[in-house]
Design a protein around this ligand. Sequence first.
Ligand SMILES: Nc1ncnc2c1ncn2[C@@H]1O[C@H](COP(=O)(O)OP(=O)(O)O)[C@@H](O)[C@H]1O
Ligand SMILES: [Mg+2]
Length: 260
Amino acid sequence: MLATNPFFSDLAAALDPVDFAQSLGIDPDPWQEDILRSDSKRIILNCARQTGKSSVVAIIALHHALYHPKAMVIIISHTLQQAAETFRKVHDYYRQIAKPVLSIIESVHRLELTNGSRIVTLTGQAPDSIRGFSNVSLLIIDEASQVPDEAYYAARPMVAVNAGRIILLSTPHGQRGFYWQAWANEDDWEKVEINADQCPRLTKAFIVEEKALYPSWLFRQEYYNEFAEGVTSVFRTEDIDAAFDHPELPTRWEIDLELD
Ligand SMILES: Nc1ncnc2c1ncn2[C@@H]1O[C@H](COP(=O)(O)OP(=O)(O)O)[C@@H](O)[C@H]1O
Ligand SMILES: [Mg+2]
């Protein structure tokens, strides 16, 4: 009875982001449910490709903007196109749910609502454009492993004043940068790791096909959450360090002499 009453179904969606997702016709995977209901201020997702990380974060962003008046949500990705792609999910969901709060501005990079909330997309390639924002209540960095450190450090202070949330989501891209640091070395994050086997939409046949196609390290990175060495260099860091430390290796000058 209550569920069929529009007032109570709106209230349920406002109170519970999982209910909100279901009202969008999405049946969240168990890990997506956990994220939707988490109240953690720092969340980092290390998920295989196509597991649904951008979708679940888009739902969180929209829910936050609709039900927290004057919310400021920033979505950053390594390119503006990629950020706009995630924002498009927000916008599609917003249209799908029949706009429970009306909009003032709707563009490919921005949504402003009559309750004073805003969702804005930015590229990590232009850290200076990030510095202009403040009082951010939700900072989302999509494909975070490819966003330059400079952009991350420009963005972090934006959430400081009103104790906003940060959500980093990505597949790994080597053992470098703020995303890897946060995942490997920082304890204050709620960490969620989802590999290809844990996604019901990625079939075994598809994964086998991908495995045959990809170099082994790339396959493990894209589908099994591994922070591979050698993504930015041909040699492993420890091998380079060892080579420089090695007392028996000839110096450049000695090599030249041998060639003479
Ligand atoms: N719980 C879900 N149920 C059904 N489809 C989903 C679910 N989560 C994600 N998807 C779909 O899976 C595809 C990949 O999702 P996306 O969020 O783009 O993945 P990722 O960002 O991890 O690469 C999209 O078509 C999306 O609509
Ligand atoms: Mg994505």
